[in-house]
Design a protein around this ligand. Structure first.
Ligand code: NAD
Length: 471
């Protein structure tokens, strides 16, 4: 069995001071595949001290030196896409297709950050005033399990581009992915102390990062509840915070949508990463006049979204990450039924033949009202709610009637109209006609979906502080 007993501090793998040992369980079959020794506050403090020492030099680097490091990271991660994909599939049951795609995205984010850095003016002057954008200091980067290696790449890329050094705290459920990713970082031969990684519990290592006065900035991706507590606790040391939190994203099907494309898209978007995705479009808003047609199209299309073995390249929905997550999804499916929504496909329990793992049935509810629990709360599983609307105005009202505002989707053939609708949605990203990405475009949330943005120049600016010199 794989055992991990080290963290990455000051450019080296060092034995954990923390003694707690945690099992890593393959969610496809519940078999223990590894044991990881978790970091404690002491490990976190060593990592912070290393990052602080490194910042004294790295904080003064020029754009080209940072660009060179970003290129090396791109190369090192690109060389290990297969390994990163395999370990993601094994450790959290991400489907092979999704895991490959997200790791390719992780590798390319370094080049995207390099391009953004080139375009971002770090010095501006007028008259006798000069403004420089200075790296904020040591950054604490905290990430969730649901696409761990990607978030590590995305956060490190922006921090490095800005000239910050980092202490990273990945989810403790992602220790194996983190290990492979760290081998890439080590291969990239970064300056010592630039990137330090301590895998431990959130309330131990994460809390130390948030509390420690030598950390200037927290960039966090995770749940709303933890995000709120970080924002509150970070105030004590006046840390800058970027929070990327949950979503309950609407997907508006306009009445001229081509269902042959829009329904497969809606299922891809709704069941993204087996539904364990902040970006998943889990509220499908459908014009009343086309509801029956949409229901038939969903039933017909479900065959192309098989649930099962995540190593099979054809699988669209894998297991939930843990027993706890399995139970959470079950409880929402039960709640949906109790509150009067109708199960169109799926429902409670394991899919037949998949009882050995944390598999749930990809589920589509119809007759959902936007005030039902399943339409308001983030389920983080493959559960899609179909909500009928009267007209365009009603669709926009329902889409915006949520505490969240991370992503939104609009499908329709009249692009002018789709754009008009998109421009009225309160969400950080609105994609027209499909699941789209652009690593220069900001990602982040309105309302309870977070504070600040990542990606591109927006992501780099989040690690910078302007200093004006006036003569
Ligand atoms: P989580 O909030 O439980 O944990 C996220 C990270 O925070 C983990 O590393 C965890 O150990 C750490 N943490 C926990 N308690 C902490 C504390 N007190 N102080 C500091 N750190 C602490 O979330 P999760 O279950 O790992 O991930 C799922 C959530 O992440 C979902 O809500 C999802 O929407 C969200 N998410 C958001 C985005 C985005 O870009 N907006 C992307 C992916 C996931």
């Amino acid at each position: 069995m794989n055992t991990i007993t080290t963290h990455y501090i000051d450019g080296a793998f060092v034995e954990s001071h923390g003694r707690e040992v945690m099992d890593i369980v393959n969610p496809t079959n519940r078999i223990v595949i590894a044991q990881v020794t978790l970091a404690d506050e002491d490990d976190a403090r060593h990592a912070i001290a290393a990052a602080k020492r490194a910042f004294a030099t790295f904080g003064r680097t020029k754009k080209e030196e940072r660009a060179e490091i970003l290129r090396r990271l791109h190369q090192a991660v690109s060389a290990r896409i297969d390994d990163l994909t395999d370990v993601m599939v094994e450790e959290y049951g991400g489907t092979a297709a999704f895991s490959r795609l997200i790791n390719e995205g992780g590798a390319s984010v370094f080049l995207a950050a390099e391009k953004a850095l080139k375009e971002l003016p770090l010095t501006r002057s007028w008259g006798k005033t000069t403004v420089t954008l200075e790296p904020v200091g040591v950054a604490g980067l905290i990430s969730p399990w649901n696409a761990n290696a990607f978030f590590l790449c995305m956060k490190l890329a922006s921090a490095v581009a800005a000239g910050c050094t980092a202490v990273m705290k990945p989810s403790e459920l992602s220790a194996l992915q983190t290990r492979v990713w760290l081998e890439c970082v080590h291969e990239a031969k970064l300056p010592k102390g630039l990137c330090n990684v301590v895998t431990g519990r959130g309330d131990v290592v994460g809390a130390e990062l948030v509390r420690n006065p030598d950390v200037a900035k927290i960039s966090f991706t995770g749940s709303v509840a933890i995000g709120k507590s970080i924002m509150r606790d970070a105030a004590a040391t006046m840390k800058r915070v970027t929070l990327e939190l949950g979503g309950k994203s609407p997907n508006i099907l306009l009445d001229d949508a081509d269902l042959k494309k829009a329904i497969p898209d809606a299922l891809v978007i709704g069941f993204l990463n087996s539904g364990q995705a902040c970006a998943a479009g889990t509220r499908l808003l459908v014009p009343k006049s086309r509801l029956d047609e949409v229901k038939r199209a969903i039933i017909e299309t479900m065959g192309s979204f098989p649930v099962g073995d995540p190593t099979d390249p054809k699988t669209a929905v894998g297991p939930m990450v843990t027993q706890k997550q399995y139970e959470r999804v079950q409880s929402y499916i039960r709640k949906g039924i109790e509150e009067g929504a109708e199960v169109l496909v799926g429902g409670e329990g394991h899919p037949k033949g998949l009882e050995a793992g944390y598999f749930v049935k990809p589920t589509v509810f119809v007759n959902v009202k936007n005030d039902m629990t399943i339409a308001r709360e983030e389920i983080f599983g493959p559960v899609l709610s179909v909500i009928a609307y009267e007209n365009e105005e009603d669709a926009i009202r329902i889409a915006n009637d949520t505490n969240f505002g991370l992503y939104a989707f609009v499908s329709g053939t009249d692009l002018q109209r789709a754009r008009r609708v998109a421009s009225q949605i309160l969400a950080g990203r609105v994609a027209i006609n499909g699941m789209l990405d652009d690593q220069q475009a900001p990602v982040g949330g309105f309302k309870h979906s977070g504070v600040g943005r990542e990606f591109g120049t927006f992501g780099i600016e989040a690690f910078l502080e302007p200093r004006a010199i006036l003569e």
